[in-house]
Design a protein around this ligand. Structure first.
Ligand code: DC
Length: 214
């Protein structure tokens, strides 16, 4: 079974995907980390994120980089969003994601274009959203907890900028697949959102079983 989870930044899609993978005992890939690794490598190489050749040169990163907690920073997230607009970068990361999605054991992948480009025939597609305000509050609280000095307005502006860039790029923009379930987490606790996601997958599996000949 392939479960595709897409959605904007701080929507809760990462936590939901991880819990889905655990619940259904499936391998999990956070595809945003691949773009973050490119952003990080580009920073190390002193490249320009808006230059396609610099961004492509940064795609050849060592696998161990994916374990670096530094990839999770806001700065690297911004670089990842910028390098991800280049078609050559998306092509360079394509096979790795498709191989993961179509492994025999099945998989859960989270990202922006999993249901539309990477695994268009996924068994279940979720599109996880939340209002920009709700996402900014979550991000703000998370960063405060880590002891970072942040201003709410800066976080909100950054989220809006990232949404705009991810949705408006020409190649594989962030949008729900036609057959995706929309899961709006604005007014849900994370536990309630996880339970809804599990229920959606269960409903899809049992619907498929009902249709199969006995
Ligand atoms: O999910 P994230 O915040 O870690 O992703 C960082 C950036 O990477 C995101 O702003 C856009 C890009 N990305 C993408 O273009 N396609 C994906 N499948 C995953 C992430």
């Amino acid at each position: 079974m392939i479960i595709a989870v897409d959605g904007p930044t701080a929507s809760g899609k990462g936590t939901i995907s991880k819990q889905l993978a655990r619940h259904f005992a499936l391998p999990f890939l956070d595809t945003g980390l691949l773009y973050r690794a490119v952003g990080w490598t580009l920073g190390e190489q002193g490249g320009d994120a808006d230059n396609p050749a610099d961004a492509l040169a940064a795609c050849d990163f060592p696998g161990a980089l994916l374990d670096n907690p530094g990839l999770r920073s806001e700065v690297v997230g911004g670089l990842a969003s910028r390098v991800s607009v280049h078609p050559a970068v998306r092509r360079a990361l394509d096979k790795r994601q498709k191989d993961f999605a179509y492994q025999p054991a099945g998989a859960v992948l989270d990202g922006r274009d999993i249901g539309t480009v990477i695994a268009p025939d996924a068994d279940v597609k979720l599109f996880v959203t939340a209002s920009a305000d709700a996402r900014a509050v979550r991000r703000y609280e998370e960063m405060k907890r880590r002891g970072e000095q942040v201003r709410f307005d800066d976080i909100l502006a950054d989220i809006l900028r990232r949404d705009e860039r991810d949705q408006s790029r020409a190649t594989a923009p962030l949008r729900p697949a036609e057959d995706a379930y929309l899961l709006d987490t604005t007014n849900l606790t994370i536990d309630a959102a996880i339970q809804q996601a599990i229920a959606l997958v269960d409903a899809k599996i049992s619907g498929r079983r009902d249709k199969d000949p006995a």
